[in-house]
Structure formats: structure tokens, C-alpha cells
Design a protein. Sequence first.
Length: 113
Amino acid sequence: QVQLVESGGGLVQAGGSLRLSCAASGMIFSLYAMGWYRQAPGKQRELVARISSGGSTNYADSVKVRFTITRDNGKNTVYLKMNSLKPEDTAVYYCKTEPWSYWGQGTQVTVSS
């Protein structure tokens, strides 16, 4: 049974940083691409960053340069380092597997102005 557990969210001031983690179990982690998504109140869930099984990355335009996605296959974990946070980054952040879709429960990120 695949399980994804996100952690690392919290309250931070604008300009600050956070690192989110998503620990996976019940799957051969190295075979999956992993994505970080976010959903703000009243908005649709959107892709923030993605990393392929081979380590290739892509980002939403709104987070390019500020966010970095990495993975540690030895720890079955994908990370999202978020720098220069803005109030508009406030959302629940989720990790997701590809191509078979499994979702974590989400972690709240709140950026105060």
C-alpha cells in the first residue's frame, strides 16, 4: 500500500524559507516521477514542481528560481526547498506520484506579509 507523508509546513514571514519533505513507502520510489502541488483557498490545485525518476525537473513560472525540488532515492523522499516566500505562496502543499497517481494528505504553508 502506497503511503505519502508530507511534513515541513508552517507559518513564515514573507521573504523567509521552508523545506517540505514527502516520505514515501509501499512503492519502488526510484521508478516514480514525483510532483509537488498546491491548493489555495477557493482556487484549483496546481502543479508547483516536478522531478522525473531520472532527476529532470520542471517548475511553474510563479516559483522558478525561488523553489527547488530534489529527491533522495535512498531515503524514499522528495523535497521542496522554498526561498523568498510570498503571501501568494500560502496554500496546502501536496506530493503526488506519477504515472500511477497517489497523493499525500498535504501540509499547510502560510506566508504572512
